[in-house]
Design a protein around this ligand. Structure first.
Ligand code: FAD
Length: 333
């Protein structure tokens, strides 16, 4: 099912959430994740799940394997991330075709970054030659998917609520500088926007306001789904926020600093911190149901607590299609 159709079917004032997973490296990892996914999908009932894609296609087979588990075996509405730089056109074509065969109707269209050489060493394969000059930015992928598949796929695009300038990254990011490109990317055919993770709700508020009030009107009603990272440990938090350039506001940092040597307490404080962020965003005006996307890092507990605390888990009696979806074969539809 297309994500935007599912959102439209919700009551206007409903909240929903989605969960992100990445493909494990080993078969043992897959088996563990599969049973975790079974538990999570039954207990939490996300509106959809997303499966990440390794830059340059480094996880292509494993991403598709995980997407198949989610979509076909578990009957979850699945969104496959797909990057387009440093990828041959045939790899993109294969991924889209395979997604269609699996019954997947949702793609998060990304540019991706140049892969680090060690990722390839891990995978044991040489870097794919960037022979495909047709794909430079995410917008090129959005246009390509629309051209090849019409409206078959519901297309999401990425957005970044916070700016940063960092010598280790070749690009300076600034929501205002990015804006014209985001307008263009959205106008090219995006159906929803999903954001980079953040902890600075004020930066997010400003960003959302800037989009909703934009003179082009392209952001007026499009679902904008904030990306949130459940806090698993102090070290993971510091590492991931450094990679994603998310600032940790001083009040949140001091709450965590007080307990940083006690993993259990960090988790408990983290659940409260995320709960506060969710409740804050819930109160913001929104044209339609309000969604939240969680970067689970394939972990179950923290996100489950946050969803429970924030009453985001849908009532099983109202849920209509997740049971029957397991029996149907989406590819035939
Ligand atoms: P784009 O929209 O192409 O933008 C990239 C940069 O180029 C921006 O700074 C933009 O302002 C600029 N730009 C855009 N168009 C133009 C133009 N025409 N001329 C000049 N400048 C331009 N990466 C992965 O490898 N795998 C994943 O699964 C993955 N999942 C992600 C999920 C989410 C929700 C998010 C937010 C990011 C994800 N990423 C993933 C990371 C993403 O690939 C990187 O952040 C990448 O650097 C940018 O991708 P983009 O799609 O935002 O690119």
């Amino acid at each position: 099912e297309r994500i935007t159709d599912k959102i439209k079917a919700l009551p206007e004032d409903a909240n929903f959430f989605s969960l992100e997973f990445f493909p494990p490296k080993t078969q043992m990892g897959f088996a563990n994740l599969q049973s975790r996914l079974e538990r999570m999908s039954q207990a939490l009932r996300p509106l959809f799940v997303t499966v990440t894609w390794g830059a340059g296609g480094s996880t292509a087979a494993k991403s598709l394997e995980l997407a198949e588990i989610c979509q076909r075996q578990l009957g979850l509405t699945t969104c496959l991330h797909l990057t387009c730089t440093n990828m041959s056109r045939s790899l993109i074509d294969d991924a889209l075709e395979e997604a269609k065969v699996l019954g997947i109707r949702n793609i998060l269209a990304l540019r991706g970054d140049a892969p680090r050489s060690e990722e390839y060493r891990e995978e044991g394969q040489p870097p794919e030659e960037d022979s495909n000059k047709d794909f430079t930015w995410a917008i090129d992928l959005v246009r390509y998917i629309r051209k090849q598949y019409g409206d078959y796929f519901c297309i999401g695009v990425a957005a970044y609520p916070e700016g940063h300038s960092d010598e280790s990254h070749p690009e300076v990011q600034d929501p205002k500088i990015d804006l014209p490109y985001l307008v263009e990317k959205t106008a090219a055919g995006a159906d929803f926007i999903m954001t980079q993770l953040f902890f600075d709700v004020e930066a997010y508020d400003e960003f959302e306001k800037m989009l909703r009030s934009h003179e082009s009107g392209v952001f007026k009603t499009i679902p904008i789904i904030p990306g949130l990272l459940p806090i698993q440990s102090y070290n993971i938090l510091r590492r991931v926020t450094k990679l994603s350039h998310a600032k940790i506001p001083p009040d949140i940092l001091s709450r965590l600093d007080q307990v940083k040597t006690d993993d259990e307490k960090v988790k408990q404080v983290g659940i409260k911190v995320l709960g506060d962020i969710v409740e804050h965003i819930k109160k913001r005006p929104n044209p339609g149901p309000r969604g939240f996307h969680f970067y689970t890092l394939n972990l179950e507990k923290a996100v489950s607590h946050i969803l429970e605390d924030c009453k985001l888990i849908p009532d099983p009696n109202v849920d209509s299609d997740s049971e029957s979806a397991i029996e149907t074969t989406p590819a035939i539809n």
